[in-house]
Design a binder for this molecule. Structure first.
Ligand code: C5P
Length: 221
């Protein structure tokens, strides 16, 4: 495809989501949050009371679940699962853990492939996830791998959740982040790893605006 893609992969809490949305806006490109697709399938499976060990049922659920992204009046991205606004439910640690569990199943990953590639539309696509640069868009002309120390990622998440009034401990979050990192990095299919041609950016101690500028530099914008 001639349509340019910028892939931004990295572990949870590296700032991928925030950075990707800001960069997409600056470039005027489309944006795909691939993690939201895994989270949405997990939430739909939970709504349907599906057995998370049943790959066949999960694949059917993946094909049957309508997932739509929509910007609300304040410019916030909302995710509709089968027509219901599931944005808040998708952000919970439980939804993240379920997503990470079903994302380890090759059948589920394959079932989501075409759906992700369909977001590649003119004038361009910014997408974030774990395997955007390695598996889904290996031919992307622009690839970034974002990292940050686990401590800093836990702190960012802690602040986000506290602002939302969710009660969590920094310690508990750090443990969850490390567990999810290990699962995402060690799974057999599409493990979290940088593409050979990705530009690495460590965001520890760097402000969001500075990271956005560095990513825009990769695209030459
Ligand atoms: O990025 P986010 O935290 O929303 O992703 C939730 C989970 O979905 C991750 O922990 C990961 O297991 C899975 N995922 C994935 N591949 C992607 C995006 C997310 O396996 N491209």
């Amino acid at each position: 495809s001639e349509v340019p893609v910028l892939t931004i992969d990295g572990p949870s809490g590296s700032g991928k989501g925030t950075i990707s949305r800001m960069v997409a806006r600056r470039l005027g490109w489309h944006y795909l949050d691939s993690g939201a697709l895994y989270r949405a399938v997990g939430v739909a499976a939970a709504w349907g009371d599906l057995d998370l060990g049943d790959a066949g049922a999960l694949v059917r659920c993946t094909f049957d679940t309508a997932i739509d992204f929509r910007e609300d009046a304040s410019g916030e991205l909302r995710v509709l699962v089968n027509g219901n606004d599931a944005t808040d439910e998708l952000r919970t640690e439980t939804a993240g853990a379920v997503a990470s569990a079903i994302a380890a199943m090759p059948e589920v990953r394959t079932a989501l492939m075409d759906r992700q590639r369909a977001f590649r539309q003119p004038p361009g696509l910014v997408t974030d996830g774990r395997d955007m640069g390695t598996v889904i868009f290996p031919d992307a002309p622009f690839k970034v791998f974002l990292t940050a120390s686990a401590g800093e990622r836990a702190e960012r998440r802690y602040k986000q959740l506290k602002d939302k009034g969710v009660s969590v401990t920094l310690d508990g979050l750090l443990r969850e982040i490390l567990a999810r990192d290990a699962r995402d990095a060690n799974r057999a299919v599409a493990p979290l790893r940088p593409a050979g041609d990705a530009v690495h950016i460590d965001t520890t101690g760097i402000g969001i605006d500075e990271v956005v500028e560095r990513v825009l530099n990769v695209v030459g914008a």
